[in-house]
Design a protein around this ligand. Structure first.
Ligand code: ADP
Length: 609
């Protein structure tokens, strides 16, 4: 058994390394579209590396010229050559740096667009289980890491590899024995530094993780500041945050000491290496086997080699980080949404004869994120063209879930929802068509940080006539307050604009849905959180919206259920009663009767998901 386990472990490790390799390959292929830019960059990179490699040679020459010749002529000539080399070096490194950076920017620009586009195609359940911060992070920082990895880092890799190989070759050419001394010392320095670097990197990662924890606590507190204030929980939040930050501080303390030590140790080792080479070099000069100028050149090459090594080893870490980031990004790019957001193959139905009627048949449902809870069981009902049907029942019974299924935020676990007189299954219908014919006004009015006009037009493609916008705003009882703003319909809402009351937001949301002019309207009547005046205006808007339309309303008001053609009572995910108000109220012991006696649903506060 232990042998089998080990075998399995080895296999898993191999699988992982194969995947890593595949990721790396794909990572590199991201820059495929920038091939020509990268080719130009590489050409200039080679040139600029060459100028780096010849420079120390001329330094040495100038030292020897100064020591040996009587006039300054040769010094001047060599200095001029050195100056020209430097100019070429500056120009080529400008072009190299520019082209690689530009290639990176272009790549990451394309990458961000495709990640975002794929993100918007995911099903709602995906957003239930993924944290917003994580997704925005992938869009911003993970892509940034990739940008550097495939362009700037590759350019650095090439540049320092060339510098390393070139410098070593010239060093061998200049003085073999001295180079051999260097080659003996350098690996020891590198090995020790690398081991130590690993420890520091690990500490840094732990530090980042702890900091991320603290960040989550802070984010939660800041975004819920009203609730924190309401309960006077500032102290509690402070304690929570300082606990988290203290943990990161403890790691930070270790990191500070070890980073310092790392600097010191590598500095000392490097100095020791240089001293060894210097001692041997000085001995060669002393014995007349090497000129002072050559030793100068040699030492400068040595610095270049050391620098190249340092950069190459840090590049390795960057590449590994990029492979990690790319794994997360590729996961996101490859993830196919389980529910289509548009008709990609042009084969889905666009039922022309849709009249708002709908038939829900034997629908059962569990939320994908909570598989252990049966939310709906065998739900069947029908809404005919022009009917108003009210869903009522205790909070948490599954009413909003039914509306979500009709909007196709989720697909039922079993059962079918049919649309229209020809009974087309919802899953066969073009999703874009569905959004134009079925609209949902829910309890939590959500507006975007743009103008009121743009918010009302949110669900419409293309230009909408101003008269049309005003017409629906009037219907939704929103025109008067919008008209009272200085900038009217161009008034910005959200953080940088006006603050609207809950009722005002709700009325804009109703206008937004009315503009689509849906055949089927799904409504979630809000109860709490509105003052009497607002409530009256919203209610009036809702009643107007229902006229001449097929409506499914999650009802909280007696007036709504009284006027409904049929009331369906949902409790614990099942239909427990249905009929018209007068029928249901007659039933002794009925849930509906109890609800109505409790003044229908004032206690049925909106559930927050
Ligand atoms: P109602 O609208 O009747 O108040 P809901 O449809 O909102 O009831 O909720 C029905 C059940 O489904 C509740 O137990 C609720 O906790 C659960 N639920 C609602 N939304 C989600 C979700 N996005 N993920 C997991 N469970 C959910």
């Amino acid at each position: 058994q232990p042998y089998l386990n080990r075998l399995k472990l080895i296999e898993e490790k191999r699988d992982l390394s194969v995947k890593k390799k595949a990721d790396l390959k794909r990572l590199l292929s991201l820059s495929k579209n920038e091939r020509s830019l990268i080719a130009i960059g590489t050409f200039f990179l080679i040139l600029s590396a060459a100028t780096q490699i010849v420079q120390p040679y001329y330094f040495g020459k100038i030292v020897d010229n100064a020591l040996k010749s009587r006039t300054m002529k040769e010094v001047n000539t060599n200095l001029l050559i050195l100056f020209i080399i430097n100019c070429v070096g500056a120009l080529t490194s400008f072009i190299r740096s520019w082209t690689f950076e530009l290639a990176g920017q272009r790549m990451v620009y394309r990458l961000r667009k495709s990640i975002f586009s794929n993100l918007t195609k995911q099903e709602i359940a995906f957003f239930d289980e993924t944290r917003t911060g994580e997704l925005t992070n992938r869009l911003s920082s993970d892509t940034q890491v990739l940008q550097n990895a495939v362009t700037v880092n590759i350019s650095m890799l090439l540049r320092f590899s060339l510098q390393l190989i070139g410098s070593l070759a010239v060093m061998f050419y200049l003085e073999v024995s001295l180079t051999l001394v260097l080659m003996a010392v350098v690996p020891v320095v590198i090995l020790i530094s690398m081991q130590y670097g690993k420890l520091v990197r690990k500490l840094r990662k732990t530090f980042q993780d702890e900091l991320a924890n603290a960040g989550t606590t802070a984010e939660e507190c800041i975004s819920n500041m009203r609730t924190v204030r309401m309960f006077g929980s500032e102290r509690k939040m402070n304690i929570n945050y300082s606990d988290n930050v203290y943990k990161s501080y403890l790691v930070g303390k270790k990191l500070a000491f070890n980073s310092g030590l790392f600097m010191g140790v590598t500095g000392l080792l490097t100095a020791a290496g240089i001293s060894a080479v210097l001692w041997y070099g000085a001995k060669l000069v002393h014995d007349g086997k090497l000129s002072a100028g050559l030793l100068t050149s040699f030492l400068m090459y040595m610095l270049q080699v050391a620098l190249a090594f340092a950069f190459l080893s840090s590049l390795y870490g960057d590449f590994m980080q990029a492979v990690g980031a790319s794994e997360r990004i590729f996961d996101l790019l490859d993830k196919k949404g389980k529910i289509p957001t548009e008709d990609e193959h042009g084969q889905m139905a666009k039922p022309h004869e849709f009249d708002g009627s709908i038939r829900v048949q034997d629908v059962c449902f569990k939320y994908p994120t909570r598989q252990d809870q049966q939310v709906l069981t065998n739900i069947s009902f029908e809404i005919k063209h022009g009917q108003k049907v009210a869903l009522v029942g205790p909070s948490g019974g599954g009413k909003s879930t039914i509306a979500s299924l009709i909007e196709r935020f989720y697909d039922p676990t079993s059962g079918v929802i049919y649309l229209g007189p020809t009974s087309i299954p919802l899953t066969d219908v073009d999703p874009l068509w569905l959004r134009e014919h079925v609209s949902f006004v829910n309890q939590e009015p959500c507006l975007f940080a743009c103008s009121i006009k743009d918010n009302i037009c949110f669900g419409k493609q293309g230009e909408v006539a101003m008269e049309e916008i005003i017409r629906v705003a009037k219907q939704a009882n929103a025109h008067d307050f919008i008209d009272s703003f200085d900038q009217k319909y161009d008034t910005l809402v959200g953080e940088r604009g006006v603050r609207l009351s809950g009722g005002q937001k709700q009325r804009i949301c109703i206008a937004r849905s009315l503009l689509i002019n849906p055949q089927l309207l799904l409504l979630d009547e809000a109860t709490s959180a509105l003052d009497a005046e607002s409530e009256h205006l919203v209610q009036e808007a809702i009643e107007r919206a229902m006229i001449d339309r097929t409506v499914l309303v999650i009802a909280h008001r007696l007036s709504t259920v009284r006027n409904a053609n049929r009331v369906i009572v949902i409790d614990k995910g099942c239909i427990v009663e249905q009929g018209v108000h007068e029928e249901l109220i007659e039933k002794d012991e009925g849930i509906y009767k109890k609800l109505v006696l409790r003044q229908l649903m004032p206690g049925d506060a909106p559930t927050k998901k």
